[in-house]
Design a binder for this molecule. Structure first.
Ligand code: HQG
Length: 194
């Protein structure tokens, strides 16, 4: 069992390489974002990081968000979502739940309500069906504001949704008229009517 700091810093390094900067470990991702695990471990070593196969497997398996996926043959790895480099995860469009959520910071709110949610540096706007996840995502950037997205209406309007392997809902953008700011008393899942 590796210690928590080692696990967190390894996970961050793997996210950096597999989502944003494969060159950091001298790698190129294939068109679907996969890279050989051996090459990743060698590249990490060359970049001054000692990641053993056991540490890599522990990071993959214990990640609460299941950020990484291993190929069926066990030889390759990729990030399940969150990329800024151009790859095609090969996701099929899916029917979203009626409502989805996005947590963000109050300082972004004016801009979001004016122009909608856009994907910024990532491939997609990230949404969740889970208020607790939306809360923790939004809190990373400052004072939390929770947005509810009328996903049923977007779907009826032919907007496409994808669900990543680790359960994140992805879409290209969300126009302001599909958004509603949740009042603070709606922030708690247990008080929220379906
Ligand atoms: C905001 C984590 C102003 C948006 C999570 C967000 C997620 C706007 C920030 C994943 C805007 C982008 C992604 C607009 C969007 N004006 N601000 N028009 N449109 N924004 O980190 O969704 O831990 O790229 O609200 O679980 O926060 O990395 O996206 O605050 O799934 O695995 O611009 O990251 O996963 O921030 O988080 P991000 P996100 P991991």
């Amino acid at each position: 069992m590796n210690n928590k700091n080692t696990m967190t810093s390894t996970s961050k390094f793997m996210s950096l390489v597999l989502r944003h900067n494969p060159g950091r470990a001298g790698l190129a991702l294939d068109a679907q974002g996969w890279v050989s695990i051996d090459a990743l471990l060698r590249g990490a070593q060359a970049a001054g990081r000692n990641i053993s196969p056991a540490l890599l497997m522990e990071v993959v398996q214990s990640c609460p968000k299941q950020r990484f996926a291993i190929s069926a043959d066990g030889l390759r790895i990729r990030a399940s979502q969150g990329h800024s480099v151009q790859i095609d995860l090969g996701l099929q469009a899916s029917v979203p739940p009626q409502r989805l959520y996005h947590g963000t910071a109050t300082r972004f709110l004016d801009s979001i309500l004016r122009t909608g949610l856009d994907r910024r540096n990532r491939h997609h706007v990230h949404l969740t069906d889970n208020l607790a996840t939306a809360r923790s995502v939004g809190q990373r950037y400052g004072r939390l504001v929770l947005l509810e997205i009328d996903a049923a209406r977007m779907h009826a309007d032919a907007c496409l949704f994808y669900r990543s392997d680790n359960g994140v809902w992805l879409t290209d953008s969300v126009a302001p008229y599909y958004l509603r700011v949740l009042a603070e008393e709606e922030h708690d899942e247990t008080h929220h009517c379906p």
